[in-house]
Design a protein around this ligand. Structure first.
Ligand code: NAG
Ligand code: NAG
Ligand code: NAG
Ligand code: NAG
Length: 777
């Protein structure tokens, strides 16, 4: 196939061009930049903003019998070792974190690690392979100030260990970061266009959360660390989220090198590294109709800074990584499968959006053919392709050209896309939007986003498909918030980290009448670039994360902060109620304020339990501890309903097919039963009366990265309750247009108080259709 061959040629050229990131020296220097000669690679790394202390430093105090060993394999050629029970090393430092590096092999035993006199962890340094410069212990969330680390040889060992060795090669301290300003940027209030009668107002009762629980509050807690930076995140089960990062010096290691993916336990905050082959830098992801998650696209091996031999990663630009369903609490068998010879995209994509469509397959939209920063005509990949591959308009599995992605250059990466209730796809990129019929390959252009606001990378805003309900025949309504009006033709040196972001939200009903009425404009209380919009089971939207000034990315603008292209983090979330009258939709009442900047590469997602997980931020090439550094801390934002007596779903089917009904067993707390006397639960299945207070919602929690919440969706299901107030009959979505077949979460919401979500497969659970001819290409 000549098309394939010319593509391969182009691809080879693309890979040969080295990446041009701004100069910086983040890598540990084991491998000469540009070299592909195999070289030892270890987790030992001194991030900007950290300081390394060698084992021979006089600030490390040893007691007991220690020996000094010399080898070029050790940090600064020296290592201290002891096999004596009770021997210890103590070290005082000023900072917010500390890491201990040493060797592991079959002769090592167990150490006790104390911080400020408190036993923190037992560290077993045994390993079947001999490895040097391993990170044996790390803690990055100490209060700023003076601390003491003490490492004691416990004299214990696992049975098969041949000794009780303990050693110290180096310690790395995270210095106390410079204080972060928590000043908020004032946004000049602009005129608010009041939207005409909105479809949302028609039917959705607007809940006053505070009124439901007068004493309940929004609560923000910091708990847990992700171990790998949380660039991409998706909830995979009631207990776990998958986190995918790029190749970098994360503290979590696997097979003796830093990990770049992990599974995070939502209940215990434990984090388990996940092996990956290819560089998943700026990939996207989606579940398919059979519950399998795919992770698509990425970056080549970053050869400027570290050779292939260094991290051992392979080129991820065309990668399709497959993560089979992993629904059990026991994740030991869950794995990312990659076979680049057999399964890969037909074209290279960095910053692509991946979306599940109405037949349960994945649509892969746009992206750039190589890593970089702002897209341009040379690097653009203005096409869509599918997994499994399709034959659309004669494409026979090859990428299908999308003129929209040419017309939206330059700021058009990570397009905002949603599958609409007629099976078409809404796509926004840069300052424009369209509706795409993927079956006929036709575009219907929509009015441009008002006031010149750009909404996709690097002028990143966020988008949300507002709740879909049977009462108004699932009329889709889209909301785009934040972004920037910075000129996307300007070079980086003419863009400032202090350029104001946009406070604008633009909302449109995607019906003929709605499109004729055009975009309705509202203003958030604060400007944000890189916001995350999280749908709550109540139908409200939490807008969180982002910056008041600058744009996405790092290392590009004239006055970077650290390496960040953005500054002035926005620390207070805001709640948007789409059902409230225009002008009264934003609320920050009782909203807590964080002190953790969440800039480029941050995420936020609803969890099955109903709170919001917030993680990430890393406007850096590699792990950094200077402002704005690599953020591993997780925060949990609990809406007031988390504190109340909540309804619960006692049992639900594992699978609900389209057009059928299903029964849920539920339990209502007494307080809610009392609040709902007078037959208010008796529903008409065709149209819910306004006083209705019990709702069943089906949600896709999305695959979150770069402020794109792919597949995020809330579909109200018609339901009726039996007189026992325990059995709900629920009508499934009619077809895959309304809810693309695949996994979802059911929540029962009573008086604005949701139950915990229950995972359910919507559709028959079969694999997405595959076109044999297209597959061969
Ligand atoms: C280690 O050996 C002891 C004594 O033989 C035995 O009781 C114990 O179960 C062993 N532990 C493990 C983890 O195998
Ligand atoms: C297009 O982008 C690439 C990658 O960032 C860059 O190397 C190249 O110089 C750009 N080309 C133009 C014409 O701006
Ligand atoms: C603190 O600020 C100074 C000057 O801006 C900078 O050189 C240093 O790296 C910063 N340190 C940290 C830990 O962020
Ligand atoms: C789901 O479908 C995809 C694409 O055909 C396939 O790769 C994957 O193995 C399937 N998963 C299961 C659990 O069958």
């Amino acid at each position: 196939m000549s098309a394939v061959r010319s593509f391969l040629l182009l691809y080879t050229l693309v890979v040969l061009i080295t990446l041009s990131f701004a100069a910086e020296s983040a890598w540990n220097g084991h491998t000469t930049p540009g070299s592909t000669k195999p070289s030892r690679f270890t987790p030992y790394y001194v991030a900007p903003g950290t300081k390394s202390y060698d084992s021979s430093s006089r600030l490390l105090h040893y007691s007991g019998n220690w020996k000094e060993l010399y080898s070029s394999g050790y940090v600064r050629n020296t290592l201290k070792t002891t096999s004596q029970a009770g021997a210890s090393m103590s070290f005082s430092f000023t900072g917010t974190g500390v890491e201990w590096f040493g060797s592991t092999d079959r002769w090592h035993g167990v150490a006790r690690v104390y911080i400020d006199g408190k036993l923190i962890q037992h560290v077993d340094a045994w390993s079947s392979k001999t490895r040097r410069q391993q990170r044996l212990f790390w803690n990055f969330d100490l209060a700023p100030g003076r601390h003491t680390l003490k490492i004691v040889n416990s004299g214990e060992k696992r049975n098969k260990s041949k000794g009780t060795k303990l050693d110290v090669d180096a310690l790395v301290v995270t210095l106390t970061p410079n204080s972060t300003s928590t000043e908020q940027i004032e946004v000049p209030q602009q005129d608010i266009t009041v939207s005409p009668q909105s479809f949302q107002e028609d039917y959705a009762p607007s809940f006053d959360l505070a009124a439901s629980f007068p004493s309940a509050q929004w609560v923000l807690n910091q708990q847990g660390t992700t171990g790998v930076h949380a660039m991409q995140l998706s909830i995979i089960s009631e207990t776990h989220a998958i986190i995918v990062d790029k190749v970098e010096h994360n503290p979590l290691t696997i097979s003796g090198h830093p990990a770049w993916a992990a599974l995070y336990n939502l209940k215990t905050n434990d984090v388990t590294p996940l092996a990956m082959q290819s560089n998943s830098f700026c990939a996207g992801g989606t579940f398919l109709s059979n519950g399998t998650l795919i992770n698509v696209g990425g970056n080549p091996v970053v050869e400027d800074y570290t050779a292939a031999a260094d991290f051992g990663d392979v080129d991820g630009l065309q990668a399709i990584r497959i993560f089979e369903p992993c629904d059990s609490d026991d994740i030991s068998d869950c794995a990312m499968y990659e076979n680049h010879d057999r399964i890969r995209m037909a074209s290279p994509r960095w910053y692509n959006t991946v979306l599940r469509i109405s037949d349960g397959s994945a649509m892969i939209v746009g992206g750039s053919q190589k890593g970089g920063w702002m897209n341009n005509a040379t690097t653009n990949n203005p096409t869509v392709e599918y997994f499994p591959p399709k034959d659309i308009a004669g494409s026979n599995g090859l990428p299908v050209h999308l003129p929209f992605l040419v017309d939206t250059l330059n700021s058009n990466l990570f397009p905002i896309a949603f599958s609409l209730p007629d099976g078409n796809i809404f796509i926004a990129a840069n300052n424009d939007a369209m509706i795409y019929n993927w079956q006929t390959n036709t575009e219907r252009r929509l009015p441009s986003i008002p006031n010149g606001v750009r909404v996709t990378y690097p002028m990143t805003g966020t988008g949300v498909l507002l709740p879909l309900t049977p009462e108004n025949n699932y009329a889709p309504e889209i909301l785009l918030c934040g972004g920037s009006t910075v000129d996307d033709q300007k070079p980086g040196y003419e863009i400032s980290s202090q350029d104001p972001a946009s406070a604008q939200c633009s909302r449109m009903v995607l019906t003929d009448d709605g499109i004729a009425a055009g975009w309705q404009v509202e203003q958030m209380p604060e400007a944000r670039t890189m916001p995350d919009a999280v749908l709550l089971p109540t139908g409200q939207i939490l807008i969180v994360n982002g910056a008041g000034t600058g744009i996405s990315g790092y290392g590009n603008v004239v006055d970077q902060v650290g390496a960040s292209n953005a500054d002035n983090p926005v620390f207070t979330p805001v709640l948007y109620d789409p059902a409230a009258p225009a002008g009264q939709r934003f609320s920050r009442d009782g909203m807590p304020t964080s002190d953790i900047p969440r800039l480029y590469h941050s995420i936020a997602t609803l969890t099955p339990s109903g709170d919001v997980m917030i993680a990430g931020s890393n406007p850096n090439l590699d792990r950094s501890e200077v402002k704005y550094g690599t953020e591993y801390r997780v925060e949990w934002l609990s809406p007031p309903y988390m504190a109340g007596d909540r309804p619960s779903i006692v049992s639900a089917p594992k699978k609900i097919e389209f057009g059928t009904t299903a029964q849920l067993q539920i339990q209502l707390p007494a307080s809610l039963q009392n609040a709902n006397v007078q037959g208010k639960f008796e529903l008409a299945s065709d149209r819910m009366p306004l006083f209705m207070r019990l709702l069943v919602v089906l949600m896709d929690l999305g695959y979150v990265t770069h402020a794109v919440h792919a597949n995020s969706r809330l579909v109200r299901l018609a339901s009726s309750m039996a007189g026992d107030q325990q059995t709900l009959t629920v009508a499934a979505p009619p077809d895959g247009n309304i809810y693309p077949p695949g996994p979802g979460w059911l929540y029962v919401v009573v008086n604005g108080i949701p139950s915990t979500g229950v995972k359910v497969m919507i559709g028959d659970g079969s694999a997405p259709p595959s076109n044999e001819a297209a597959l061969q290409k």
